[in-house]
Design a binder for this molecule. Structure first.
Ligand code: SF4
Length: 92
């Protein structure tokens, strides 16, 4: 059973994010729907570089996949990559 399925979003639920390398770099991790594709790709690549040295990388990636997080870069995976893994098509 996915480890996050029955958890409530309490402070404890998010405690792993206290060690996140992306703190302070949030602008790299989310793009506007109308953002120019090349600019989005550049930000995603930079976000992935931050993820690559993040101490909670595995937890973050597992969380994003298990909770079917729709938006942003999580655990080194872009929205499009997570959608592909889940067998969905990205709509935005
Ligand atoms: S793996 Fe990436 S998105 Fe996840 S907490 Fe770390 S830096 Fe942030």
């Amino acid at each position: 059973m996915p480890r996050y399925r029955n958890l409530e979003p309490t402070a404890d639920f998010w405690s792993w994010r206290d060690a996140a390398a992306c703190i302070g770099h949030e602008d790299l991790f989310y793009s506007l729907e109308d953002e120019v594709k090349g600019e989005r790709r550049k930000k995603e690549d930079e976000a992935k570089e931050v993820c690559a040295v993040c101490p909670v990388f595995d937890t973050c990636r597992t969380f994003a996949l298990e909770t079917k997080e729709l938006y942003g870069v999580w655990g080194g995976l872009t929205e499009a990559e997570r959608h592909r893994i889940a067998g969905r098509h990205r709509t935005g």
